[in-house]
Design a protein around this ligand. Structure first.
Ligand code: TGC
Ligand code: FAD
Length: 394
């Protein structure tokens, strides 16, 4: 009997089920536009940025010009794209690096969205057009040093002083913190949790870069400190009252991560597949071995299922049918799948896999942050557990 004939690949490992064929014309245009930016501007520099812990600030104007900041909002200079397009933006950016998706997640879902949803018209007009262009960068301060999973325990306090507010406290692990022109800071007040727009340079407000990170090295992460910071009344978001306000912003950002993490997984899988096709050991390329094919097939299975789930969740959001616990499932699943794929791909590259000249180790290390922020895996498992039992076991 003659051996099976090699026919060459006929399906794409990074989109095995043809999920992208479900996209509409506008969605494909968004995908291709962001993919071009990543291929031409991000991939050539991102390894160096990661190695030297440098945030590529020079990319901000291009990201703004393409309309990627606040892309889901309507009006005030924003593109008004649907949830799937937002997911595609996140996926393509994170195929480059989680740092860029983080930049856009925070700016779009965690700063511009709350200003749009909870702000006054004057606040929208002041901030949104400049943020859409990338002239103003924001950050979102919810997490505090004593425990990010439980934001209800926040100790940052804003008290009234006449018409003004006075802010005291600190925030930790804040993406964009050191580079942001404005920080959206969540604080306890006599009325409940409220959000305040705190401008860089406000007396008593300092932001420090978090050093020694081995993850998201191309992202700027900060600690924020507030010492008797006096804020005018118009710094408060009038429609945001209670913890539901910041948590509802997380719902938008988590859907972006559900898509974004899969971009990192795609990059790792594409690299490992190419490596296994070329790497000759024991007289044949690695792809000719059953063990390697099974490992590749396992990754294709997990990625394809996660891609279908991400699209399903975005379509539910577009129909107004998405429950926060369903987003928890998607965020948890995509991060888990992407982390497992990145680690497996790192291993398939052998020793070369520990070098930042290949993408796997960079994505793997980044994904350790991605699985932690916006709610850890455990928090999302408990959110799903609560949804199906009716019992909050946090
Ligand atoms: P809980 O009683 O569940 O909720 C309080 C109120 O909030 C409402 N709510 C939500 N609303 C919309 N969307 C969601 N996802 C919501 N989750 C809760 C809820 O209905 C309730 O409303 P109301 O009107 O009844 O008061 O609050 P809890 O204290 O029991 O906490 C639940 C838990 C653990 C799920 C929550 O605390 C949580 O999500 N913890 C994780 C914290 C987290 O994810 N932090 C992220 C910080 S930001 C960040 O990491 C940015 S990284 C960005 C980047 O670089 O990309
Ligand atoms: P903790 O809450 O202390 O959790 C520690 C461990 O305990 C985790 O494994 C957790 O899953 C587990 N745990 C918690 N509760 C339970 C429970 N009930 N049962 C069992 N296990 C439990 N925050 C912001 O506000 N804005 C930002 O822009 C931002 N950017 C970030 C960027 C980076 C690079 C990183 C790493 C974090 C960022 N964060 C940001 C913070 C992030 O949201 C928190 O790190 C995250 O919510 C977890 O909080 P924590 O680090 O305090 O861990």
């Amino acid at each position: 009997m003659s051996p099976p004939v090699d026919r060459g690949p006929n399906l794409d490992a990074t989109d095995f089920l043809g999920v992208d064929a479900e996209l509409g014309a506008e969605e494909r245009t968004v995908r291709d536009t962001v993919a071009r930016l990543v291929n031409e501007r991000v991939l050539p520099i991102i390894g160096e940025c990661f190695e030297s812990a440098r945030f590529p600030q020079e990319l901000i104007p291009a990201i703004g010009q393409l309309g990627l900041f606040g892309s889901s909002l309507r009006g005030h200079g924003c593109a008004g794209l649907n949830a799937t397009s937002y997911g595609l933006i996140c996926r393509e950016l994170e195929r480059g690096d989680s740092a860029l998706r983080s930049l856009v997640s925070v700016q779009s879902s965690l700063c511009m969205h709350p200003i749009d949803a909870f702000g006054s018209e004057a606040q929208r007009q002041r901030w949104l057009p400049a943020m859409a262009r990338g002239d103003v960068i924001g950050c979102f301060g919810l997490t505090e040093p004593h425990g990010g999973s439980d934001p209800a325990s926040m100790r940052t306090i804003a008290r009234r002083a006449g018409a003004d507010w006075v802010l005291n406290g600190s925030k930790m692990w804040i993406t964009n913190g050191p580079i942001a022109h404005v920080a959206l800071v969540w604080a306890q007040t006599d009325e409940g949790v409220r959000g305040f727009l705190v401008e860089r340079g406000s007396r008593g407000f300092t932001a420090q870069e978090v050093q020694h990170k081995f993850s998201l090295r191309a992202s700027s992460t900060g600690a924020l400190f507030f010492d008797e910071v006096r804020l005018p009344p118009e710094s408060m978001l009038p429609q945001a009252l209670g913890l539901a306000a910041p948590l509802s912003c997380l719902s938008h950002a988590r859907l972006g991560i559900c898509w974004g993490a899969l971009g990192a997984a795609q990059a790792c899988l594409a690299e490992a597949l190419a490596h296994c096709a070329e790497r000759v050991l024991f007289g044949r390329a690695l792809v000719h071995t059953q063990a390697v094919q099974i490992r590749l097939a396992e990754m294709v299975r997990a990625l394809a299922a996660a891609q279908l789930l991400a699209l399903h969740l975005a379509r539910r959001k577009e129909r107004g049918e998405l429950d926060p616990a369903q987003i928890s499932l998607g965020k948890w699943n995509s991060c888990r799948v992407a982390l497992d794929i990145a680690r497996e791909c790192r291993d398939l590259l052998g020793g070369a896999g520990i070098s930042v000249e290949h993408v796997a180790i960079r994505h793997l290390l980044n994904l350790e942050s991605v699985v932690t922020y916006e709610g850890t895996q455990t928090i999302h498992q408990l959110a799903v557990g609560r949804a199906v039992t009716g019992v909050a076991a946090f």
